[in-house]
Design a protein around this ligand. Structure first.
Ligand SMILES: NC(=O)C1=CN([C@@H]2O[C@H](COP(=O)(O)OP(=O)(O)OC[C@H]3O[C@@H](n4cnc5c(N)ncnc54)[C@H](OP(=O)(O)O)[C@@H]3O)[C@@H](O)[C@H]2O)C=CC1
Ligand SMILES: N[C@@H](CC=O)C(=O)O
Ligand code: NA
Length: 432
């Protein structure tokens, strides 16, 4: 090979990191792949925009055809985001027999299987390491490092923005809106941060992760999602008092042939390995039948960490080129999808409710729990400032999700119950 030409789609946070790594690590890249790597064309929306990195203005274009249809370009790096239009660009590129590297979880969570099939049909690689947990090599960890094992559980802090927000809120008492703004300024958040704070970004990553880890096509719609925007200071304080910390956790668990996948704010026992993951850092805890516990930790967002994963994928493409095995690494899922029903999903739960402070209320509430065979691990009642009102906080023992949901319905119908203020999944145990 005389050299590898790259077409870059996007020159924002990640794209500028890619340009810097290709420029600054040229020696290392040459050594790994045996030829120079250069960027031939860069697609942007606005050619006049000030960039975080210096690029020759002749490289920059607003015409996608100059990139995806350029016969001299070998590899397309897609770091522009978007779904439908972007998918069309990548399909064109693959059909033009260009290898593709993408950081786009929105795209891969929905069209991943289709794009991978087209890639292998045209003998091309399609790598997407940066789409899950930014700079952490988790997809390679699952596809290569743990390929001989049977994965039964994955728990991930896979969204840097929300972990940053929850860390600053609980450790420094900062306000949600202020910390979100800081996460946006630091380039962690998506251009519209709704997907971050409402859990959709993490859900997309969990769909990609569980599809690979469980070798089963998990669709985005299969992932139950709840975000962090309604978490209050009181929830964080009670969590702390009980020995837990609040994290947005993606959980993918397999029992036998059936799996569950969800993303939700979770109170984690402080002794859990994921509890120490702070700020914008991500981590994925993976349990395999043979290997036991493993944890992959690192920066899940930001320009240079994400660009590292992108350029490492390019190195993967180039190594495959030398071996003549491009397009052969995608493995079709081994299993048909089987999802657990609500009576097959078990967890502990935290609930905070406001009730009228009158005779018999406590007994009414506890009898609803016992009618559904759910017992308490912890329970607390405190008077509220409002006259005649009390707050009850419980942590249950493990219960079926179906039972817990029925309890919530019955509590809402119980006259002395004023509001169910919050309800969260709980992972791990805290002893007194
Ligand atoms: N930021 C992060 O930490 C991470 C991001 N990702 C993913 O990487 C991708 C890029 O993210 P990020 O760099 O943060 O995004 P930015 O918004 O910073 O950059 C997007 C770039 O793409 C260009 N672009 C967007 N739409 C079009 C279009 N229709 N036509 C031409 N150019 C377009 C923009 O052009 P212009 O500059 O002219 O507006 C910009 O340069 C996304 O898929 C994101 O989810 C993945 C992991 C981490
Ligand atoms: N917005 C995402 C960026 C990386 O995927 C995050 O905050 O994790
Ligand atoms: Na990654």
């Amino acid at each position: 090979m005389n050299g590898i030409s790259i077409g870059l789609l996007g020159l924002g946070t990640v794209g500028s990191g890619v340009v810097k790594i290709i420029k600054n690590h040229q020696d290392k890249l040459m050594h790994q792949v045996g030829c120079p790597v250069s960027i031939k064309k860069i697609l942007v929306k606005d050619v006049h925009k000030q960039r975080a990195v210096e690029v020759d203005s002749s490289l920059v274009t607003t015409d996608p055809d100059e990139v995806i249809n350029d016969a001299d370009i070998d590899v397309i790096i897609e770091v522009m985001g978007g779904v439908e239009e972007t998918k069309e660009y990548l399909l064109t590129a693959l059909k033009n027999r260009k290898h593709v590297v993408t950081a786009n979880k929105d795209l891969m969570a929905v069209y991943g299987p289709e794009l991978l099939a087209v890639a292998s049909q045209y003998g091309c690689d399609l790598f997407y390491e940066a789409s899950v947990a930014g700079g952490i090599p988790i997809l390679r960890g699952l596809a290569d490092g743990l390929s001989s094992d049977r994965i039964t559980k994955m728990m991930g802090i896979v969204n840097g923005t929300t972990n940053f927000i929850l860390t600053k809120m609980s450790q420094q008492g900062l306000a949600y809106e202020d910390v979100l703004k800081e996460a946006q300024e630091l380039g962690y958040a998506e251009s519209d941060p709704t997907a971050d704070v409402e859990g959709l970004d993490a859900a997309r990553k969990m769909a990609i992760l569980s599809t690979l880890g469980f070798s089963m096509n998990i669709d985005l719609d299969d992932v139950k999602v709840k975000g962090i925007s309604s978490i209050t200071e009181e929830d964080l304080a009670y969590g702390k008092q009980f020995g837990y910390c609040m994290k947005l956790i993606g959980i993918a668990e397999r029992d036998g042939e059936k799996v569950e996948v969800s993303v939700q704010p979770t109170l984690l026992a402080k002794s859990h390995p994921l509890a120490s993951v702070q700020d914008e850092y991500n981590a994925v805890y993976v349990y395999g039948e043979a290997v036991g516990e493993t944890m992959f930790y690192g920066p899940g967002a930001g320009s240079m960490p994400t660009a590292t994963a992108v350029v490492s994928d390019v190195v993967g493409v180039m190594k495959n080129m030398r071996l003549g095995v491009n397009g052969k690494s995608a493995v079709t899922p081994q299993y048909d999808k089987k999802l657990k029903s609500a009576d097959e999903i078990f967890s502990k739960y935290f609930m905070r409710i406001h009730v009228k402070d009158q005779v018999g209320v406590f007994a009414n509430i506890t009898s609803i729990f016992s009618d559904h065979h759910v017992s308490f691990e912890k329970i607390l009642q405190l008077p509220l400032e409002e006259e005649g009102m009390a707050e009850i906080v419980v942590v249950t023992h493990k219960a079926a999700l179906s039972d817990y949901e029925n309890i919530l319905v019955q509590l809402r119908d119980l006259e002395p119950v004023h509001t169910i203020k919050s309800s969260y999944r709980v992972e791990g145990s805290v002893k007194a």
